[in-house]
Design a protein around this ligand. Structure first.
Ligand SMILES: Cc1cc2nc3c(=O)[nH]c(=O)nc-3n(C[C@H](O)[C@H](O)[C@H](O)COP(=O)(O)OP(=O)(O)OC[C@H]3O[C@@H](n4cnc5c(N)ncnc54)[C@H](O)[C@@H]3O)c2cc1C
Length: 553
């Protein structure tokens, strides 16, 4: 396969030359560089490249090309190369100008560009290359070419091969799927003797036949044993709140364990671009944010136990004892519950049976490339559904957003409603619900119902993504932990008088009705349901744990 291309287009020859020099000096050994002088030339070349089946990783366009916005070229790249990163080259003198920022926000919201980068200064300009490297990594992840990628080889897309992809995805382990009869898979299987499918081919070349979920967990961290190891702090949940509590707990000297029934990142890993998290002006994927936080916590000394669900909690001899589903026990002086929330089930039995075989809860980011050229449906009317629709529209033939409410505005941020409306290939069906569907081993159709008229319609469907609201993951907690009617955990000032009666001192702000058990993030009643607030609550919880441990109550 020939090397992917980096394309730059600028009608100012001097400026183009500078960009070309930077691209050639740094990237020519791994990418082909193609520099073009006009919008027309760029579009013709990109069309030829697409027809020839070439891969384009990055397109850089000047702010203006012959008096027209460079985004006119970038917008045309999407249908030709859905995974290519489309980046506007910005003069440094424009950074901080309100009108320029507004215009770029508008163009990003309308899906006409992905990123911007300030034009390269005289070399070496490491900040230019830092930005370019991050764009190339985003492309590589979307194109399943990220470094250290695990290959999953299976006979079908569904069944155990899907479960393995799901586990690896939740463990934030980059992977790609190859059908056993594909050329890539045959290259591995030929000469590897008789092998049981599905199997994993590790980046080292080692072949692992159908590992259990726990095997994968072992390779990724600690296993909770029945002996009952002691920690200062156990955090249940490894989403943004749990990761933040892990970083702060370990960095402040607490012997800390973070446990998750899946792995890193929680709901945030379903987000293809978090654009409102402080410090990431170009946005960050939930997976990337989680990996960074995990490394940070690991370096400070936190330990992690993945794929281990905590099933019970009790207080015993002044400690909190947690038991895992598989009988593992762990004791802690304090516990932070950061178990977040998960998608509600649709409750249509024939579709539940196709979970993983065309029907997915969340997970749009990782499944997106698999729906290229197909009919895709999303059920949900909140921001997560809107983001998924915009993301999947890059790949799918058409994305239909099925919303029970009469208007999108009922549940989605204004900017996202506009983005959904303006993204080509998205159809919105309000006042509609999915009431049935099926397929032979894989989803092939859905039944939609018009809520106004009651009329039923059968439609062809290749994939269904369900994003129908979150419910807290608190069903496993003992009754002593007070919850609101929806199941979210009450803390601090929200506790009932009865619960307050069980304390010998006022509870700290994030403390639940069980002393020394705190709650942070989406699982907590009244939380804001954002990454930044979950991270903030995770850090506040640690300051409060310190107060409790110092006072020994
Ligand atoms: C598609 C999507 C897009 C989003 N986009 C944005 C965005 O752009 N900006 C933004 O600010 N927010 C966004 N959000 C919201 C944001 O992701 C959440 O607010 C945030 O992840 C909450 O973090 P958390 O740590 O509280 O919980 P979660 O992220 O839900 O993590 C909870 C973790 O606990 C684990 N767990 C649950 N029960 C147990 C148990 N019994 N034992 C062990 N582990 C358990 C789960 O496996 C999970 O990993 C988005 C959410 C979704 C779904």
């Amino acid at each position: 396969m020939s090397a992917p291309l980096l394309v730059a287009v600028d009608d100012d020859p001097t400026l183009l030359q500078r960009v070309e020099r930077e691209l050639r000096n740094r990237y020519a050994s791994d990418y082909r560089i193609c520099c073009l002088r006009s919008a027309g030339e760029a579009l013709a070349t990109l069309e030829e490249l697409a027809l020839a089946g070439e891969q384009v990783a990055l397109v850089l366009a000047a702010e203006e090309l012959a008096g027209k916005p460079g985004t006119e070229v970038l917008a045309e790249v999407r249908p030709l190369f859905p995974q290519a990163q489309r980046v506007l080259l910005l003069g440094w003198e424009h950074v901080g100008i309100a009108e320029v920022g507004d215009a770029m926000f508008e163009e990003i919201a309308r899906g006409r560009m992905d990123q911007y980068v300030v034009r390269p200064a005289p070399p070496p300009d490491e900040s230019f290359h830092l930005a370019l490297s991050s764009f190339l990594l985003t492309w590589a992840e979307a194109a399943r070419r990220a470094p250290h990628t695990i290959d999953v080889i299976g006979e079908t897309w569904s069944g155990r091969a899907y479960e393995l992809r799901d586990v690896l995805g939740r463990c934030a382990m980059p992977h790609r799927f190859c059908l056993a009869d594909s050329a890539e898979a045959r290259a591995v299987l030929d000469g590897a003797g008789e092998r049981r499918l599905p199997l994993l081919v590790m980046p080292s070349g080692r072949i692992v036949e159908d590992p259990s979920d726990l095997d994968i967990a072992r390779s990724a961290g600690t296993v909770i044993e029945p002996a009952g190891e002691r920690y200062d702090l156990v955090i249940v949940g490894c989403g943004p709140a749990g990761l933040s509590a892990g970083v702060y707990g370990a960095s402040e000297g607490l012997r800390t364990l973070v446990v998750d029934s899946g792995s890193l990142g929680g709901q945030a890993t379903a987000s293809s671009a978090i654009r409102n998290y402080l410090g990431f002006p170009r946005g960050v994927t939930g997976g990337d944010l989680a990996r960074r936080a995990y490394e940070q916590a690991w370096i400070f000394g936190a330990r992690f136990a993945f794929m281990q669900q905590i099933a019970s909690l009790r207080r015993e001899d002044g400690h909190v004892v947690l038991t895992s589903e598989t009988g593992g026990v762990v004791c802690a002086s304090a516990v932070v519950l950061a178990t977040g929330a998960s998608y509600r089930r649709l409750g249509v039995s024939e579709l539940e049976a196709l979970h993983g075989a065309g029907v997915f809860y969340g997970a749009a980011a990782s499944e997106a490339p698999l729906v290229a050229g197909e009919e895709v449906f999303i059920v949900g009317g909140a921001n997560s559904a809107g983001q998924a629709a915009v993301h999947l529209a890059r790949y799918a033939k058409r994305v239909t957003l099925v919303v029970r409410a009469a208007a999108l505005e009922a549940g989605m941020s204004h900017y996202l409603v506009r983005q959904v409306e303006e993204t080509p290939g998205i159809e919105v069906r309000t006042g509609t619900e999915v009431v049935g569907g099926g397929g032979d081993g894989r989803l092939d159709h859905l039944v939609l119902r018009d809520r106004g008229t009651g009329e039923l319609e059968r439609v062809d469907a290749y994939a269904l993504f369900l994003m129908i609201g979150a419910q807290p993951r608190t069903g496993w907690l003992p009754p002593e932990i007070e919850r609101d009617p929806a199941g979210f955990v009450l803390t601090g000032a929200d506790l009932s008088d009865d619960a307050l009666g069980g304390f010998e001192r006022p509870p700290v702000g994030l403390e639940t009705s069980v002393p020394a058990v705190l709650a942070a993030g989406d699982v907590r009643h009244g939380s804001v349901k954002r990454v930044a607030s979950a991270v903030g609550e995770g850090s506040i919880a640690i300051q409060q744990v310190h107060r409790l441990l110092t006072a020994r109550v």
